[in-house]
Design a protein around this ligand. Sequence first.
Ligand code: FE2
Ligand code: FE2
Length: 203
Amino acid sequence: MSWEESTKQKMLHLQLPTDPRWVNIAEMNIEDILVDHAYCEQKAATSCISLIVNFYDFQEVTEVLTPVVAEEWGHFERVLEHLKKRGYPLGKPRKDEYVIKLSEFVKKGGSRAQQLSEYLLMNALIEARSCERFKLLSNNIQDEELKKFYYELMISEAGHYVNFIELAREIYDKGLVNERWKEWLAYEASVLNSLEIKGDRMH
Ligand SMILES: [Fe+2]
Ligand SMILES: [Fe+2]
């Protein structure tokens, strides 16, 4: 099975595809997209570090997420290079409405394992959606260098998606995780639906 096929099976469980107009608007705002993307990578690294620190008692978390921190930070560095090459400054971080809305769905309480599983599923979703968007960018934009970059990131973020979802199934009840994942997918689709299309944002 090709990578594309296996990814489709594993990931395109996302219930709502991105509006195809997004990629065209994004291409016209490539400076904003790069700046927003840089902060997405920073947030991905920060979020993994927080999970490692807050869930120090789950050895699997430290083992799986420590290399992910390094990869996300590597992505951040590479986005900075693309900005520099094009003469764009990093710019200010923006409010990430998509992530704010997703975090409202995190169930509070329950055991530590249950809480951890909620964060892992939220991160898995963000990775899945990012992967879908990188695929769109890679397939549709003209800039050859960025096309290749986004293709590479699509593969890397798909790997992170698998890391998060498998970690959730490992540290908590697999059946409950699978049930909850369906609820997360439905919620994510409703969030996406509620947000206006912004070509200067990754999400
Ligand atoms: Fe990344
Ligand atoms: Fe990632």
